[in-house]
Design a protein around this ligand. Structure first.
Ligand SMILES: NC(=O)c1ccc[n+]([C@@H]2O[C@H](COP(=O)([O-])OP(=O)(O)OC[C@H]3O[C@@H](n4cnc5c(N)ncnc54)[C@H](O)[C@@H]3O)[C@@H](O)[C@H]2O)c1
Length: 374
């Protein structure tokens, strides 16, 4: 009698940069919801040194998960990260250089070369989909929200190379890709997005002073929760009409520096204000000096607060790079993803409870001074 072979319908996927902030939340989502039959996490940083919280550590021990170490900038290393005897159905790219303050060639390699290497390997595997996370920093205007089809004027190094990636993906034969452009992503595991602003809030709580910020409350800093980002990444793979499309990922808060700072102030029970025109005018002329001074003011109280509460080692810092402190807006038009693909956001508004969850997670990991949290 012929044996029947049980065909597993759930896709086999690769998550590139799966140890990072968005990557680990995607891995958690795919495994918790039992959406995949195999998941390969590829990263240059091993899970053991990636500052995973307890839940994510457990997730990374899941029997369906395989970790492969690779430097995806290197084409040989990239090729071996993709090597597979069995089909791979979906590749999610959450890898890329995300540190601010690097030189142009670092971004060229760490973003453009990396993404193109990975997209080419995906095409060779004949995967059903390649999902690329791009950038929302493609227009600095505060007048009109940026739509997916509007002309672009990238204002960070990262965005400059992400837009080149977006363009070049369309030239890779056979690649079925979807591009997502998130606003500022927040949620558990964040270290570089809203995290430095949370740390700055804690610093002002520690020193008992009013939190002072550059520019004004109207500076647009649109936001999106990481759990909605990863849901959207999965969602687009379920529909063929998303192939070759680009979507903004942004909640309905229309967050600004003012609305975010109000929530952070409430969270730490502090007051906030703006440096006003004098320093902001000086910043226009000599941004480097102003940013150094502002960052210097925060560094030693942060170290002091950590020390006082026995936080010996923390990947968190109040340092905000110059690139993110210019008077430039992140203002995205929501709607295309929801109206054309029926996607709904679970976190339509940025609320205090969501940022409290992030801070409580840091405290549980002993990387944030517990006495500064209410
Ligand atoms: N966090 C945000 O607010 C935000 C907003 C818009 C776009 N994005 C984009 O989303 C992607 C993921 O962002 P994130 O916040 O999770 O960043 P992250 O820095 O937390 O994660 C990136 C991961 O990629 C890995 N990586 C980097 N270079 C690599 C290489 N050469 N080889 C192998 N692995 C490498 C890192 O080790 C890290 O684990 C990035 O492309 C980022 O630009 C993030």
């Amino acid at each position: 009698m012929m044996e029947t072979v049980k065909v597993d319908q759930k896709p086999r996927v690769i998550v590139l940069g799966g140890c990072g902030f968005i990557g680990r939340n995607l891995v958690e989502y795919l495994l918790d919801k039992e959406l995949v039959s195999y998941i390969r996490v590829v990263d240059k940083v091993p899970p053991q040194t990636a500052w995973l919280n307890e839940h994510h550590q457990k997730i990374f021990e899941h029997p369906l998960l395989e970790f492969r170490s690779a430097n995806l900038i290197n084409s040989v290393s990239c090729k071996s990260a993709f090597a597979s005897d069995q089909p791979i159905n979906i590749v999610f790219n959450c890898a890329g250089e995300t540190k601010y303050g690097q030189t142009d060639p670092v971004y060229k390699e760490g973003i453009h070369k990396l993404s193109i290497n990975c997209a080419q390997e995906t095409a060779k595997l004949h995967a059903d989909r390649y999902v690329e996370i791009s950038s929302g920093h493609l227009s600095s205007s505060d007048k009109i929200p940026h739509k997916e089809d509007d002309s672009v004027d990238p204002w960070t190094f990262i965005a400059k190379y992400k837009i080149q990636v977006e363009h070049d993906l369309s030239n890779i034969p056979g690649l079925k890709y979807t591009i997502l452009r998130p606003a500022v992503v927040y949620g558990p595991g964040d270290r570089n997005s809203l995290a430095p602003r949370l740390v700055v809030g804690a610093v002002y709580k520690h020193i008992g002073e009013m939190m002072k910020l550059l520019w004004g409350p109207d500076l647009r800093m649109n936001t999106v929760h990481v759990r909605d980002v990863v849901r959207a990444m999965w969602h687009v793979t379920s529909r063929s009409d998303t192939i070759g499309q680009t979507y903004n990922l942004v909640d309905e808060s229309n967050s600004t520096q003012g609305s975010i700072s109000a929530i952070i102030s409430e969270l730490f029970n502090i007051n906030h204000d703006y440096w006003g025109t004098a320093l902001s005018t000086l910043a226009k002329a000599d941004m480097t000096t102003v940013v150094e001074e502002v960052n210097d003011k925060h560094m030693s109280p942060w170290a002091d607060a950590c020390n006082k509460d026995g936080v010996e080692n923390s990947p968190l810092s109040p340092y905000i790079d110059k690139e993110l402190l210019y008077n430039k807006h992140l203002y995205l038009q929501p709607g295309k993803l929801s109206s054309t693909t029926d996607f709904t956001y679970l976190y339509p508004k940025l609320i205090k409870e969501s940022l409290k969850e992030v801070v409580d997670d840091y405290v549980a990991m002993k990387i944030f001074p517990h006495s500064l949290v209410l």
